[in-house]
Ligand binder design. Sequence first.
Ligand code: FES
Length: 77
Amino acid sequence: MTIQKAPYVKDETPRKVAYCACGQSAKSPYCDGSHARNNTGMMPIYVDITEAKKVAWCGCRQSKTKPLCDGTHKTLP
Ligand code: FES
């Protein structure tokens, strides 16, 4: 599991990103296919990055604006 109580802050370049929604990827916040290998029934969330920018990807998987961090991790026990 690669769930953490903090975002993954990454410098992104324009490309299509597959965000790991199941929290089992060894390459979080990016999908590595674990959702399928582990039969999670979940799918990655695809995001088109259209310009170079810093992105705070949700690491706790509880954000209401997933795949982006919305601060919910600060409220977790
Ligand atoms: S890491 Fe910030 S809301 Fe999930």
